[in-house]
Design a protein around this ligand. Structure first.
Ligand code: GDP
Ligand code: MG
Length: 163
């Protein structure tokens, strides 16, 4: 059975972009609009010589603000429960948001291993967000760019012990 890795984080941080990069196929829907309904996707991921199953978690349905968090939490909980390790993504350009803290708390409670990824870190635009990410309490962030393929060597080193 391949190891299962779940992509976790609030909408628009780049989960599906990373999924597509690791799965090597355009299986996940990438959308600029937070609030688009998307199914959960599972695919065969690879990074160098590492093979694993990768689980993308979906966006949200349009719903009143108050309903969003509960819905996301349910979908994320299911993926996290199945996973052997989780990749928590934040948008380093946007910095740490309250919703990022919610997801980090959920992962801490799960007891699953977490690899924290500060995405959209190409160039130096994400530097402040990268340092803020330490405050999430899930370890050292790794700066990546899912879109441009940067930081994949560091991600490899972080993933290797779990595979
Ligand atoms: P998800 O909602 O977390 O699945 O996020 P998506 O993968 O759908 O990406 C949301 C938006 O962020 C899209 O416009 C992506 O093109 C963009 N994006 C994803 N990764 C990167 C990145 O590394 N750098 C930049 N600048 N944009 C990114
Ligand atoms: Mg997505």
């Amino acid at each position: 059975m391949p190891v299962k890795i779940a992509l976790v984080g609030r909408p628009n941080v780049g989960k599906s972009t990373l999924f597509n990069r690791l799965a090597g196929k355009r299986l996940a829907l990438v959308d600029d609009t937070p609030g688009v309904t998307r199914d959960r996707r599972e695919g065969e991921g690879a990074l160098g010589d590492l093979s694993f199953t990768i689980i993308d978690t979906p966006g949200l349905e349009e719903a009143p603000e108050a309903a969003l968090e509960g819905r996301m939490r349910k979908q994320t909980d299911a993926a996290v429960m199945e996973a052997d390790a989780c990749l928590l993504l934040i948008d380093a350009r946007a910095g740490v948001t309250p919703l990022d803290k919610t997801f980090a708390g959920l992962l801490r409670e799960s007891g699953k291993p977490v690899i924290l990824l500060a995405n959209k870190a190409e160039g130096s635009a994400g530097e402040a967000g990268f340092y803020d990410a330490y405050a999430l309490g899930v370890g050292e962030p790794i700066a990546i760019s899912a879109e441009h393929g940067e930081g994949m060597g560091e991600l490899y080193n972080a993933l290797e012990p779990f595979i």
